[in-house]
Ligand binder design. Structure first.
Ligand code: HEC
Ligand code: HEC
Ligand code: HEC
Ligand code: HEC
Length: 219
């Protein structure tokens, strides 16, 4: 419809005088925004880019030293604690029983703490063989495969670990670019007191003279 100039101006004047209800005014204000969103909200679907090559990177599991040796109080030339292999002592002593509590360790390894559910030493250790661990079904595994031990009782964390959401990693997410190193359960959890130890908060920032120095005697 084509309005004459006269009609049009009368219509505008009329419209100005009409008091629209608030709901109608808000709708009128929001309409352009809604239209803009509707237009931008749907990107055309894009195909995922394939990885640049086959997943050739190796996945390694870090081997904590503590599975095969203990730190001594001696230090090497670089100041690092010298480590003594478990076999150094345990190939010499072949007892037929395991201790039932940590308090029975009075010759060596004194002060070991144990808080791990209602497990006993024999849930994991083998009497007379400290290079191996015992799984629930009685099969023996190498001490270095201790993760297989944790896996049999901690299903949800094992699943999360395998998906990459528990345990962390360093290296490449995309294995076609390079390999990655996964942490061992024992890197973060002591098998005897596995609860993740709370970390200490850092020291507060040092005050470089903002507070007033104590006066050096009376004048
Ligand atoms: C310097 C020697 C020495 C080293 C190194 C050593 N142990 Fe022992 N370990 C002992 C002695 C001695 C006992 C007996 C302690 C007691 O009964 O009071 C013992 C006891 C144990 C026991 C209790 C069962 C048993 O055989 O009496 C376990 C388990 C054990 N050690 C594991 C290990 C593991 C694992 C390592 C390495 C990570 C290790 N030990 C390293 C000397 C050693
Ligand atoms: C959940 C499995 C598990 C249980 C239960 C367990 N251990 Fe261990 N133990 C390990 C593993 C794994 C290691 C080697 C890694 C390490 O020392 O952190 C180890 C190492 C040790 C060591 C070597 C040194 C050290 O200080 O860690 C001693 C000693 C020991 N265990 C004694 C005991 C005694 C005694 C008990 C029972 C009160 C016990 N363990 C229960 C898994 C276990
Ligand atoms: C034979 C079964 C068994 C094995 C093997 C085992 N655990 Fe456990 N773990 C338990 C039980 C039972 C609890 C206690 C659960 C509770 O109190 O709710 C527990 C608790 C824990 C906790 C939680 C501790 C807390 O107080 O919050 C961690 C972490 C843990 N285990 C790690 C490990 C690691 C690491 C290993 C391998 C070295 C391991 N477990 C091996 C049975 C096992
Ligand atoms: C990079 C360090 C790291 C590694 C490696 C790791 N965890 Fe944990 N884990 C943690 C942290 C952090 C928590 C959370 C502790 C908390 O919330 O108090 C945890 C919690 C747990 C708990 C207790 C869960 C709960 O709800 O109380 C279990 C059980 C556990 N981990 C088992 C494992 C097992 C089994 C492995 C090896 C397959 C493993 N973890 C490897 C860091 C780690």
């Amino acid at each position: 419809m084509i309005l004459s100039k006269e009609h049009a101006s009368t219509d505008v004047a009329l419209a100005r005088r009409v008091q629209w209800p608030p709901a109608v005014r808000i709708t009128a204000l929001l309409a352009p925004a809604a239209i803009a969103l509707a237009c931008c909200g749907s990107d055309p679907p894009r195909a995922l880019r394939p990885p640049p090559g086959p997943p050739t990177g190796r996945i390694e599991i870090h081997q904590p030293e503590r599975l095969t040796s203990i730190a001594s109080d001696q230090r090497d030339a670089l100041g690092r604690p010298l480590r003594v292999a478990c076999v150094t002592c345990h190939s010499q002593r072949v007892p037929t029983t395991l201790p039932s509590t940590v308090t029975e360790l009075d010759e060596f390894h004194q002060g070991l703490r144990f808080e791990h559910g209602a497990l006993s030493c024999g849930s994991c250790h083998v009497a007379g063989d400290q290079r191996s661990l015992r799984r629930a079904d009685g099969t023996m595994i190498d001490m270095r495969d201790a993760m297989d031990l944790c896996r049999q009782c901690h299903g949800p964390q094992t699943r999360d670990y395998d998906h990459g959401s528990h345990g962390g990693m360093t290296g490449h997410w995309d294995l076609s670019v390079g390999g990655r190193v996964r942490n061992h359960c024992v890197d973060c959890h002591d098998p005897h007191t596995p609860a993740f130890q709370p970390s200490l908060p850092v020291l507060p920032p040092r005050d470089h003279g903002i507070t007033r120095q104590p006066s050096r005697g009376d004048h």
